[in-house]
Design a protein around this ligand. Structure first.
Ligand code: 1CP
Length: 348
């Protein structure tokens, strides 16, 4: 019994073992929908200060675990810390989102550091060391990074864009120059994920938030291949590293991703046709997702129905319950509680 109590259900799923009650966590579970997050955020000058102050980042990581008892805790940080470590200027302006000095061509790529400025990310590893002993034993601790393509879209455009046009244009105009940028981000991200795992996270997620804008050949070149190399480089250092891939918006290209990228679980966004997954992603591959964040925001019958559909679709395979993308800041906390009761078996 004692060993049973010590198991981490989410990690079990990543080991290929289906759980009768699926483990659950939410993307962006630490964030503005929580009053305790807003209270801490108000007290710091900038978002990066929060990421780089281990005591505060640790506290924010733990907040949703205390409140909801999720099965997974995700490190509080951001995917844009890697460009920062590579020497790019990164700022977050209130209400504006991230701003970076654009890396618009091969010459600008050459101006970045060739090594990951590991010292610049040391506070993140310290956050992990602070969180680790405070987590309940059954909670799986997740680290993360952005996938090379998604990180590159921000590095090239200097900000979030609707269609990731600047990076796509760079990649068509100068594929070799763009490949250098992708390779640099891949190498830095591998070192960063290995650093997170060595500091104490149980598994990591690779967020490819913008993979959905790529046509099939480009999807293979800029998403599947670099993520594959990133995973190989992490596992060269840590052979049994557990890794979740999240190729958001991949649609039917998910089948090729599942075939070619050796992840332990695939994150599904909310637009994914679950029947397609059942037919094209081998049942031994764990999946994670994919409740529509807007169903959670609306709540009530729409939420219940959506939760039930997700649960029914993946009841027979290793499965982690999650949203199909990050939680909206306006989401009522009672809706999260209602969702959790339903996932964990109480039919209200
Ligand atoms: O006002 C604030 O407090 C800042 C909002 C915020 C937060 C809470 C940003 C700025 N980043 C984060 C934290 C964050 N970012 C986490 C923490 C852990 C958790 O999930 O609770 C994670 C995993 C991320 C990852 C991230 N950052 C992604 C990938 C996931 C996704 O949402 O697609 C991306 C694309 C970013 C970039 C970023 N950081 C912040 C914003 C507003 C954005 C998006 C910018 C844009 O595209 O316009």
């Amino acid at each position: 019994m004692e060993s049973h109590e010590r198991t981490k259900p989410l990690l079990e799923v990543l080991n290929g073992n289906r759980q009768a009650t699926p483990p659950v966590w939410l993307m962006r579970q630490a964030g503005r929908y929580l009053p305790e997050y807003r209270a801490i955020r108000q007290g710091v000058a900038g978002f990066l200060d929060l990421c780089f102050t281990p005591e505060l980042a640790a506290e924010v990581t733990l907040q949703p675990i205390r409140r909801f008892g999720f099965d997974g805790a995700i490190l509080f940080s951001d995917i844009l810390l890697v460009p920062h470590a590579l020497g790019q200027r990164v700022t977050f302006d209130v209400g504006e989102g991230p701003r970076l000095d654009p890396v618009a061509d091969a010459a600008a790529v050459g101006g970045l550091r060739s090594d990951l400025g590991i010292d610049r990310l040391a506070p993140v590893y310290e956050t992990i060391r602070l969180v680790k002993p405070k987590l309940p034993e059954q909670v799986t601790f997740l680290g993360f990074c952005g996938a090379p393509w998604t990180v590159a879209t921000y590095m090239v455009a200097g900000r979030g864009t609707d269609d990731q046009g600047p990076a796509r244009r760079f990649a068509y105009r100068d594929p070799d120059g763009f490949a250098e940028l992708i390779d640099l981000v891949t190498a830095a991200s591998a070192e960063y994920l290995a650093g997170q795992l060595n500091a104490g996270v149980d598994a990591v997620q690779i967020f490819d938030s913008w993979s959905g804008v790529l046509p099939p050949d480009e999807f293979r070149r800029w998403c599947i291949e670099p993520v594959g190399r990133l995973i190989a480089a992490v596992r060269a250092r840590i052979p049994d590293a557990k890794i979740i891939g999240f190729p958001r918006g991949a649609g039917v290209l998910l089948a090729g991703y599942a075939e070619s990228v050796p992840v332990d679980a695939i994150g599904l966004d909310w637009t994914v046709d679950r029947r397609f997954v059942r037919e094209h992603v081998p049942p031994t591959v764990a999946v994670q997702g994919n409740l529509d964040p807007l169903a959670l925001l609306v709540g009530g019958a729409a939420l219940d129905r959506s939760v039930d559909q997700v649960l029914a679709s993946f009841a027979d395979r290793p499965f982690i319950f999650n949203l199909g993308h990050g939680i909206h800041p306006e989401t009522p906390i009672e809706h999260v509680e209602r969702m959790l009761r339903r996932v964990r078996g109480a039919k209200n």
